[in-house]
Design a protein around this ligand. Structure first.
Ligand code: MF3
Ligand code: CO
Ligand code: CO
Length: 295
């Protein structure tokens, strides 16, 4: 999702969902009032924790997302267009009783994102033809029984990949793994970003700043934001029941990006390769569980 800072004004609707103005609701509650974690996370951060039934719903949506990714992967080959991949994913999603979340989301015109080579994210499927040496990211978010799951992978179009393609895809995959390994109660959002940023930058790569992971499950993009850069021990503390994505976008060159005239496609300014992997994860009592598990 796009990085943004949210400030709740006194006269805005309260983030706790009461429907009251902020000043008439949580703003007026004493900071010293004893509250359980759930109330605090909703009131302070607008984070909606997930219960067992919600988690099962997101897990089911996640299984469908992974099956859809597998289906698309099986058709990625030189000569196919990104729109053909979109149609495949769309039809499979609908056939399974789900809805593709991207379609018409803030005006996005297609059902999946397909981001090739220098495209960082939010590539719009169209008539671009996949070539032998392309790296192709496919990002799928499906809504099943009201629950959202979000995952992506970067694939090689043909074989074998060159050294740059191999390098950036391997590093992006490892960045997601390391970010996920930082997820456990007692750690913070900043620990996730730190794990990713230090690994990528030590290898001469860079981390995109403008797009971040995000809470997910009841909606497409919920609180909190999950930057893929940061400092150990900073940011919101992780507690069981939080569900969010980790989706590092790692560039072979510089971190800078620009947005194409379609207002969606983000590309590296230097034209060098970018790769990404994404999973939807749950904070458990002991650590982390992926609700879109792969690898
Ligand atoms: N799936 C993307 C993410 O990981 C969001 C895509 S927004 C869209 O957050 F509108 F482009 F679909
Ligand atoms: Co996402
Ligand atoms: Co996604």
């Amino acid at each position: 999702m796009k990085m943004k800072t949210v400030k709740v004004g006194r006269n805005d609707l309260c983030p706790c969902g009461s429907g009251l103005k902020f000043k008439k609701c949580c703003l007026s509650k004493s900071e010293t009032e004893a509250e359980d974690f759930e109330a605090t996370y909703v009131r302070k951060y607008n984070i909606r924790l997930k219960k067992a039934a919600d988690i099962e719903g997101i897990r089911k949506a996640g299984r469908l997302v992974l099956d859809t990714l597998d289906l698309v992967e099986s058709e990625i080959k030189p000569g196919i267009t990104t729109d053909e991949l979109n149609t495949l994913a769309h039809e499979f999603t609908v056939k399974n009783g789900a809805t593709p979340a991207p379609l018409n989301y803030r005006g996005f015109p297609k059902s999946i994102c397909v981001s090739i080579n220098e495209v960082i994210c939010h590539g719009i499927p169209g008539n671009r033809v996949i070539k032998d040496d392309d790296i192709v990211n496919v990002d799928i978010t499906s809504i099943l029984d009201g629950y959202y799951a979000d995952a992506n992978k970067t694939f090689f179009a043909g074989a074998p990949p060159g050294p740059d393609a191999r390098k950036i895809v391997d590093i992006a995959r490892e960045c997601l793994r390391r970010g996920m390994s930082a997820v456990k109660p007692g750690n913070t959002i900043g620990d996730i970003g730190w794990a990713i940023q230090t690994y990528a930058e030590a290898r001469g790569c860079s981390v995109v700043r403008e797009f971040v992971g995000h809470g997910v499950g009841f909606g497409f993009h919920e609180a909190p934001q999950v930057p893929h850069f940061g400092h150990k021990g900073t940011g919101i503390g992780l507690i069981p029941g939080m569900v969010f994505t980790i989706e590092p976008m790692i560039n072979l060159g510089k971190k800078d990006l620009r947005i194409l005239d379609d207002n969606w496609t983000a590309v590296t300014k230097d034209g060098l390769l970018s790769a990404q992997f994404e999973q939807t994860v749950l904070v458990t009592e002991n650590g982390v569980e992926s609700l879109t598990p792969y690898e």
